[in-house]
Design a binder for this molecule. Sequence first.
Ligand code: TYC
Length: 129
Amino acid sequence: MNSMATKSPKVPAPAKLPLAQPLKPEGPNGGDSVVLERRTQKVKPPQMYQVVLLNDDYTPMEFVVVVIQEFFNKDRETATQIMLKIHLDGKGVCGVFSKDVAATKVDQVTEASRKNGHPLQCVSEPVEL
Ligand code: TYC
């Protein structure tokens, strides 16, 4: 006897699944998903360089303040604070730049200092991470 043909179901049919949802997803991401693997990061930020002025006994304070204002775009108050820090500690950072820009700052400061007869020393050094 064919029960399907003669009997009506005793339990209601389950609610139909939404059409968009596959009945049998292929794996945890479904059928058409792209799986991204985690990789170690390859792109690092570029090494930056701090431009440092060194103290000496001969360069006038006023000249150093003007140099810091002109070449490192500091206002007079900030430039004065940096100059005094150099005077007291022996050295001080005037700015942080890419390698090429830092080298240009060193050249500009050194040239201006020699032209004016001052022994002011300016160097660049890689910023520690
Ligand atoms: N020590 C110098 C003076 O007493 C001033 C000075 C400050 C020089 C900073 C260099 O980088 C310097 N005249």
